[in-house]
Design a binder for this molecule. Structure first.
Ligand SMILES: [Zn+2]
Length: 52
């Protein structure tokens, strides 16, 4: 059994899911927020952990 959950990262602007990442449940308790390139917004936006 894995400790890591696959989570989705959605663009904060257009809400599209652009990335998948793994989160270690023991280490990461707060929501993930990463600045990443969104091809839909044509620029770098904040990507946040998305609910299913
Ligand atoms: Zn976007």
């Amino acid at each position: 059994m894995s400790q890591n959950n696959l989570i989705k990262l959605a663009c904060g602007t257009c809400k599209r899911i652009n990335y998948y990442t793994r989160k270690n449940r023991k280490r990461v308790e707060r929501k993930i927020e990463l600045k990443k390139l969104c091809k839909w917004c044509s620029g770098r936006t904040v990507h946040k952990e998305a609910k299913k």
